[in-house]
Design a protein around this ligand. Sequence first.
Ligand SMILES: Nc1nc2c(ncn2[C@@H]2O[C@H](COP(=O)(O)OP(=O)(O)OP(=O)(O)O)[C@@H](O)[C@H]2O)c(=O)[nH]1
Ligand SMILES: [Mg+2]
Length: 229
Amino acid sequence: MMATPGMAGQERVLQLELRTMAHAGLVGFPNAGKSSLLRAISNARPAVASYPFTTLNPHVGIVEYRDHEQVAAAFFGTRPRMVTSMNVLMMILLSLCAVADIPGIIRGAHLNRGLGISFLRHIERCRFLLFVLDLSAPEPWTQLQHLFYELEQYEPGLSQRPQAIVANKMDLPEAREKLETLKSQVTQRVIPVSALTGQNTEELILHLRELYDGYLQGDGSRGVEPIRW
Ligand SMILES: Nc1nc2c(ncn2[C@@H]2O[C@H](COP(=O)(O)OP(=O)(O)OP(=O)(O)O)[C@@H](O)[C@H]2O)c(=O)[nH]1
Ligand SMILES: [Mg+2]
């Protein structure tokens, strides 16, 4: 064994910042129903309450897709005799889409109002965005303009990520009245849901899959590390 003379050590102070990474980010004003929605479509159980800023830290939920048909066709169609119990297990090919419930964004968030900067940082890490609007609010479409403004002020182009609008609280009569006006004001796909009753969450889950597949196949995943869960 050989020993060499030691050298002086190095000291460094590092400031580490944790940013939540997910495929999809739920972006909306406080009370829009983001946590309720995450509970409705995933295994996550964030707290839900009728006051703003219930969520102060992001929660990530996993939406699982079982691509039975696609994989079963590959096994049964080509080599029927090779169907062992191991293969049966592998047929349940899981696609996992991580969805982050991000604390509410308010006007002036880019100036750090309501701790906005720390919340916007999490949005920055999401590959696609679901803008959650409370359709029972007086003018939900103005909420959307405010959200876009805050995202753009924080990082130009952030509001242009692949996206959809989730029109929440459709179980309420005042929400139903506003759906058509919202659709006429925007070009994005609008998915009406009720996170409370679970109404039409299937459409949201399916569209999420389209966004997810687009991310895997398209520019969204090029040059950046794929997210694995
Ligand atoms: N009627 C109705 N109420 C809903 C629906 N979704 C959420 N709510 C209610 O709206 C309130 C806020 O819901 P949350 O899920 O906590 O909202 P949030 O967007 O996570 O709020 P923050 O964490 O404060 O940003 C709660 O009282 C929910 O029960 C819905 O689809 N219909
Ligand atoms: Mg919440």
